[in-house]
Design a protein around this ligand. Structure first.
Ligand code: ADP
Ligand code: 5GP
Length: 205
Protein backbone atom coordinates (compact mmCIF):
# COMPACT_ATOMS: atom_id res chain seq x y z
CA UNK A 1 0.00 0.00 0.00
CA UNK A 2 1.29 3.48 -0.80
CA UNK A 3 1.88 6.08 1.90
CA UNK A 4 -0.39 9.03 1.08
CA UNK A 5 0.75 12.60 1.60
CA UNK A 6 -1.08 15.08 3.78
CA UNK A 7 -1.13 18.47 2.02
CA UNK A 8 -2.19 21.52 4.01
CA UNK A 9 -3.03 24.60 1.95
CA UNK A 10 -3.27 27.95 3.75
CA UNK A 11 -3.75 31.48 2.43
CA UNK A 12 -5.17 34.81 3.44
CA UNK A 13 -8.82 34.97 2.46
CA UNK A 14 -9.16 36.09 -1.17
CA UNK A 15 -5.70 34.94 -2.31
CA UNK A 16 -7.34 32.30 -4.50
CA UNK A 17 -6.97 29.13 -2.44
CA UNK A 18 -10.40 27.72 -3.29
CA UNK A 19 -9.93 28.48 -6.99
CA UNK A 20 -6.47 26.87 -7.10
CA UNK A 21 -7.54 23.79 -5.18
CA UNK A 22 -10.58 23.30 -7.42
CA UNK A 23 -8.34 23.31 -10.51
CA UNK A 24 -5.85 20.97 -8.85
CA UNK A 25 -8.58 18.45 -8.01
CA UNK A 26 -9.89 18.55 -11.58
CA UNK A 27 -6.41 17.78 -12.87
CA UNK A 28 -5.50 15.35 -10.18
CA UNK A 29 -8.32 12.97 -9.32
CA UNK A 30 -6.19 11.04 -6.82
CA UNK A 31 -6.13 13.89 -4.29
CA UNK A 32 -8.99 13.78 -1.76
CA UNK A 33 -10.24 17.08 -0.35
CA UNK A 34 -11.29 17.23 3.28
CA UNK A 35 -14.69 18.93 3.67
CA UNK A 36 -14.56 21.00 6.85
CA UNK A 37 -17.34 21.69 9.32
CA UNK A 38 -18.23 25.35 9.86
CA UNK A 39 -20.69 27.52 11.72
CA UNK A 40 -20.50 30.21 9.01
CA UNK A 41 -23.61 30.70 6.87
CA UNK A 42 -23.46 29.22 3.37
CA UNK A 43 -22.68 31.74 0.62
CA UNK A 44 -24.89 31.87 -2.46
CA UNK A 45 -23.98 28.89 -4.62
CA UNK A 46 -22.47 26.86 -1.76
CA UNK A 47 -24.01 23.48 -0.96
CA UNK A 48 -24.07 21.64 2.33
CA UNK A 49 -21.60 18.73 2.12
CA UNK A 50 -19.80 20.11 -0.95
CA UNK A 51 -17.91 23.26 0.17
CA UNK A 52 -18.51 22.66 3.87
CA UNK A 53 -20.70 20.77 6.29
CA UNK A 54 -22.71 23.73 7.60
CA UNK A 55 -23.68 23.21 11.24
CA UNK A 56 -24.78 25.42 14.14
CA UNK A 57 -22.61 26.47 17.08
CA UNK A 58 -24.16 24.02 19.54
CA UNK A 59 -23.45 21.04 17.28
CA UNK A 60 -19.92 22.35 16.69
CA UNK A 61 -19.33 22.56 20.45
CA UNK A 62 -20.69 19.05 20.91
CA UNK A 63 -18.24 17.79 18.28
CA UNK A 64 -15.34 19.52 20.07
CA UNK A 65 -16.42 17.91 23.36
CA UNK A 66 -16.65 14.49 21.69
CA UNK A 67 -13.09 14.87 20.32
CA UNK A 68 -14.29 14.60 16.73
CA UNK A 69 -11.92 17.24 15.29
CA UNK A 70 -8.33 16.72 14.20
CA UNK A 71 -8.06 20.49 14.49
CA UNK A 72 -10.44 23.40 14.83
CA UNK A 73 -10.17 27.16 15.06
CA UNK A 74 -12.18 30.34 15.21
CA UNK A 75 -11.59 32.32 11.99
CA UNK A 76 -13.25 35.66 11.16
CA UNK A 77 -15.78 35.11 13.97
CA UNK A 78 -16.90 31.63 12.88
CA UNK A 79 -15.78 28.14 13.87
CA UNK A 80 -14.13 25.78 11.40
CA UNK A 81 -12.89 22.23 11.98
CA UNK A 82 -11.54 19.12 10.26
CA UNK A 83 -13.07 15.70 10.91
CA UNK A 84 -10.66 13.31 12.58
CA UNK A 85 -12.55 10.18 11.47
CA UNK A 86 -12.40 11.06 7.77
CA UNK A 87 -8.65 11.81 7.84
CA UNK A 88 -7.96 8.56 9.66
CA UNK A 89 -9.88 6.55 7.05
CA UNK A 90 -8.14 8.23 4.11
CA UNK A 91 -4.65 7.90 5.57
CA UNK A 92 -5.22 4.22 6.36
CA UNK A 93 -6.25 3.73 2.72
CA UNK A 94 -2.96 5.36 1.64
CA UNK A 95 -4.63 8.31 -0.12
CA UNK A 96 -3.29 11.82 -0.74
CA UNK A 97 -5.34 14.24 1.32
CA UNK A 98 -5.62 18.00 1.04
CA UNK A 99 -6.81 20.29 3.83
CA UNK A 100 -7.74 23.92 3.11
CA UNK A 101 -7.40 25.44 6.56
CA UNK A 102 -6.06 28.53 8.33
CA UNK A 103 -2.62 28.88 10.00
CA UNK A 104 -3.94 27.91 13.45
CA UNK A 105 -5.30 24.66 12.06
CA UNK A 106 -2.09 24.02 10.10
CA UNK A 107 -0.13 24.38 13.35
CA UNK A 108 -2.33 21.80 15.10
CA UNK A 109 -2.03 19.35 12.19
CA UNK A 110 1.78 19.77 12.14
CA UNK A 111 1.92 18.69 15.80
CA UNK A 112 0.14 15.44 14.96
CA UNK A 113 1.62 14.85 11.48
CA UNK A 114 5.10 16.46 11.38
CA UNK A 115 5.61 15.06 7.87
CA UNK A 116 2.69 17.04 6.39
CA UNK A 117 3.51 19.33 3.45
CA UNK A 118 2.42 22.90 4.16
CA UNK A 119 1.70 25.08 1.13
CA UNK A 120 1.13 28.81 1.58
CA UNK A 121 -0.56 30.84 -1.14
CA UNK A 122 0.26 34.53 -1.46
CA UNK A 123 -1.52 37.20 -3.49
CA UNK A 124 0.68 39.24 -5.87
CA UNK A 125 -0.08 42.43 -3.84
CA UNK A 126 -2.34 43.76 -1.07
CA UNK A 127 -4.23 45.82 -3.64
CA UNK A 128 -4.99 42.78 -5.74
CA UNK A 129 -6.07 40.89 -2.60
CA UNK A 130 -8.56 43.66 -1.76
CA UNK A 131 -9.86 43.61 -5.32
CA UNK A 132 -10.33 39.86 -5.33
CA UNK A 133 -12.21 40.00 -2.03
CA UNK A 134 -14.62 42.63 -3.31
CA UNK A 135 -14.77 41.15 -6.83
CA UNK A 136 -15.93 37.80 -5.42
CA UNK A 137 -19.11 39.62 -4.44
CA UNK A 138 -19.93 37.22 -1.62
CA UNK A 139 -19.03 39.31 1.43
CA UNK A 140 -20.20 42.66 2.80
CA UNK A 141 -17.85 45.68 3.11
CA UNK A 142 -17.23 45.18 6.84
CA UNK A 143 -16.53 41.46 6.36
CA UNK A 144 -14.02 42.37 3.61
CA UNK A 145 -12.38 44.93 5.94
CA UNK A 146 -12.03 42.27 8.66
CA UNK A 147 -10.63 39.75 6.20
CA UNK A 148 -7.99 42.21 4.93
CA UNK A 149 -6.80 42.89 8.47
CA UNK A 150 -6.72 39.13 9.14
CA UNK A 151 -4.75 38.59 5.90
CA UNK A 152 -1.78 40.49 7.30
CA UNK A 153 -1.91 38.40 10.47
CA UNK A 154 -2.19 35.16 8.45
CA UNK A 155 0.87 36.03 6.32
CA UNK A 156 3.01 36.47 9.45
CA UNK A 157 2.85 32.68 9.89
CA UNK A 158 4.36 31.78 6.53
CA UNK A 159 7.59 30.51 8.14
CA UNK A 160 5.81 27.35 9.31
CA UNK A 161 5.18 26.27 5.69
CA UNK A 162 7.26 24.25 3.22
CA UNK A 163 6.18 25.72 -0.13
CA UNK A 164 4.99 29.14 -1.29
CA UNK A 165 2.86 29.76 -4.36
CA UNK A 166 2.28 33.31 -5.59
CA UNK A 167 -1.12 33.39 -7.23
CA UNK A 168 -0.60 36.08 -9.85
CA UNK A 169 -1.31 34.41 -13.20
CA UNK A 170 -3.82 31.69 -12.41
CA UNK A 171 -2.45 29.12 -14.89
CA UNK A 172 1.09 29.48 -13.56
CA UNK A 173 -0.13 29.09 -9.98
CA UNK A 174 -2.12 25.94 -10.89
CA UNK A 175 1.02 24.50 -12.54
CA UNK A 176 3.03 25.35 -9.41
CA UNK A 177 0.54 23.67 -7.08
CA UNK A 178 0.41 20.59 -9.33
CA UNK A 179 4.21 20.48 -9.33
CA UNK A 180 4.32 20.36 -5.52
CA UNK A 181 1.80 17.51 -5.44
CA UNK A 182 3.66 15.66 -8.18
CA UNK A 183 7.07 16.05 -6.53
CA UNK A 184 5.73 14.66 -3.25
CA UNK A 185 4.95 11.44 -5.14
CA UNK A 186 8.56 11.18 -6.34
CA UNK A 187 10.08 11.04 -2.85
CA UNK A 188 12.08 7.89 -2.07
CA UNK A 189 9.71 6.49 0.59
CA UNK A 190 6.71 7.03 -1.64
CA UNK A 191 8.36 5.54 -4.76
CA UNK A 192 9.44 2.50 -2.74
CA UNK A 193 5.87 2.00 -1.51
CA UNK A 194 4.29 2.57 -4.94
CA UNK A 195 6.82 0.41 -6.84
CA UNK A 196 7.75 -2.25 -4.32
CA UNK A 197 8.04 -5.02 -6.92
CA UNK A 198 10.40 -2.93 -9.11
CA UNK A 199 12.56 -2.03 -6.11
CA UNK A 200 12.70 -5.69 -5.07
CA UNK A 201 13.79 -6.80 -8.55
CA UNK A 202 16.30 -4.04 -9.23
CA UNK A 203 17.90 -3.97 -5.81
CA UNK A 204 18.07 -7.69 -5.04
CA UNK A 205 21.56 -9.11 -4.61
P1 ADP B 1 -9.89 32.13 -1.20
O1 ADP B 1 -10.45 30.75 -1.27
O2 ADP B 1 -8.41 32.14 -0.99
O3 ADP B 1 -10.61 33.01 -0.23
P2 ADP B 1 -11.02 32.44 -3.90
O4 ADP B 1 -10.52 31.22 -4.59
O5 ADP B 1 -12.47 32.51 -3.52
O6 ADP B 1 -10.09 32.81 -2.64
O7 ADP B 1 -10.65 33.67 -4.86
C1 ADP B 1 -11.04 35.01 -4.55
C2 ADP B 1 -11.45 35.72 -5.85
O8 ADP B 1 -10.29 35.94 -6.67
C3 ADP B 1 -12.42 34.91 -6.71
O9 ADP B 1 -13.36 35.79 -7.30
C4 ADP B 1 -11.51 34.27 -7.77
O10 ADP B 1 -12.19 34.03 -8.98
C5 ADP B 1 -10.43 35.35 -7.96
N1 ADP B 1 -9.11 34.80 -8.34
C6 ADP B 1 -8.48 33.70 -7.86
N2 ADP B 1 -7.26 33.54 -8.43
C7 ADP B 1 -7.08 34.58 -9.27
C8 ADP B 1 -6.02 34.99 -10.17
N3 ADP B 1 -4.88 34.31 -10.29
N4 ADP B 1 -6.21 36.11 -10.90
C9 ADP B 1 -7.37 36.84 -10.77
N5 ADP B 1 -8.40 36.50 -9.96
C10 ADP B 1 -8.28 35.38 -9.22
P1 5GP C 1 -14.09 30.89 4.14
O1 5GP C 1 -15.13 31.35 5.13
O2 5GP C 1 -13.62 32.02 3.25
O3 5GP C 1 -14.53 29.67 3.37
O4 5GP C 1 -12.83 30.43 4.99
C1 5GP C 1 -12.27 31.30 5.93
C2 5GP C 1 -11.01 30.73 6.50
O5 5GP C 1 -11.28 29.54 7.26
C3 5GP C 1 -9.95 30.32 5.46
O6 5GP C 1 -8.70 30.83 5.89
C4 5GP C 1 -9.96 28.83 5.53
O7 5GP C 1 -8.70 28.29 5.22
C5 5GP C 1 -10.30 28.58 6.98
N1 5GP C 1 -10.81 27.22 7.18
C6 5GP C 1 -11.70 26.55 6.40
N2 5GP C 1 -11.92 25.32 6.90
C7 5GP C 1 -11.15 25.21 8.00
C8 5GP C 1 -10.92 24.17 8.95
O8 5GP C 1 -11.47 23.07 8.88
N3 5GP C 1 -10.07 24.44 9.96
C9 5GP C 1 -9.41 25.62 10.08
N4 5GP C 1 -8.57 25.76 11.09
N5 5GP C 1 -9.60 26.62 9.21
C10 5GP C 1 -10.45 26.42 8.19
Amino acid sequence: MSAGTLFVVTAPSGAGKTTLVRHLLERNKAVQLSISFTTRAARPGEENGREYHFIDASRFKAMIAAGEFLEWAEVHGNFYGTSKTWIGEQLRAGRDILLEIDWQGAQQVRQQFPEMLGIFILPPSLNELAQRLSGRGTDSADVIERRLAAAREEMRHIEAFDYVIINDQLNQAIDDLSAVVHSARLGLARQKADHSALFATLLEH
